[in-house]
Design a protein around this ligand. Sequence first.
Ligand code: IMP
Length: 428
Amino acid sequence: MPAFVIVGAQWGDEGKGKVTDMLAERADLVARYNGGDNAGHSVQLGTERFALHQIPSGILYPECLCVMGNGMVINPRTLNQELDELASRGVDISPRRLKLSDRAHLNLPHHQALDGAAEAALGKKAIGTTRRGIGPCYADKAARTGLRASELRAPKQFGAKLRAALEEKNRWLQNVYGQAPLDVDALVEEYVAYAERLAPYVADTTTLVNQALAEGKRVLCEGAQGTLLDLDHGTYPYVTSSYPTVGGALVGLGIGPRWIAKVIGVAKAYSSRVGAGPFPTELAGAVADHIVEVGHEYGTTTGRRRRVGWLDLVVLRHSARVNGLDLWALTLLDVLTGLKPLRLALAYTYQGQELHDLPSDGEVLAACQPVYLDLAGWDEDITAVTRFEHLPAAAQEYVRLIEEHTGVPVGLISVGPERKQTILRAPL
Ligand code: IMP
């Protein structure tokens, strides 16, 4: 049975949690392929709300096997907390159900300290990272100096390697950034304890996922962040350090392209981004405040107010192209209710020229002016609509325009946080 891949099509926070959760219910295996605890996936299950950062949302379904893939960077401290939190709410978190790739890199205290120090040093040019150590951890991976999850299997040796890494990075913190050193002894003790707890979860997940696929199991590959935050295809340097795009699923889990049956792009009905970087359709004032309040646009991980803007079809076309999307899952359509006019960016103008494709140069993108199509909008409450034909004509038109300008059908529309607040236009 082939795999489905869920990718974020904008700057993250597209509502992938809900879409993943809906599909996870019917999946045998859910595998996360990139990023770390910079992500925050919120899932509403009945009256309970879960915020997951590293553990795939499949954990909420007892029959589902969950994998944290080799493309991820794992923070042992926050993973430990996440496990405790789930266990305290009655979720089975036994190693039988949850596997951590032995090839995944470990995101350690010195990465977090260096992330914060580098951001502070950048001043006004800061990327606005989550300060979770993601960039420095992937940098160590690329420099071939990182520690991988396989090390957790031998806690004492892991402790010695961690000590050496901390001592080396302390020199950076002190000599390059003028910061206080980290407490090596205390951290080694703390992290050796995590190694002991986490070791039973460490496994060769590449073999496991391929085996599941060969056995005809239903595999769901879950991406974190979004295409515009991709290290290669995003708005560099205002990106994360991993690959949220579909290619990240192949590398980050170790599977071949033929296993991929469908690539689902999750897009918000408007745009949002956290942190710095170009954002051509960004809004300010009353419309922005409306979207932020109705859409609860505050970060799941950092609590930061998100920047918001009109839907940008240049961005969506870019995402459709680099991910080879089969269909859109359009989320938060209900947030647009009452906004009049509603605007959709079809293209940009830059120095008098019309651009239809996303420029790779951040400075060019920052200077682009959106070419908007103004729509009448709608006032009707759509949060209980479950069929496309029952949406107001203007909302149907909005969806059709997305399809027309991206060449990708909208298969799912979300009109509220709960699962039943979903319009499925074709079975997934
Ligand atoms: P980092 O991933 O912490 O290095 O942050 C790099 C950029 O990605 C910053 O703009 C962050 O705000 C953004 N980012 C990282 N993770 C997420 C996410 O899960 N949702 C939205 N933005 C994110």
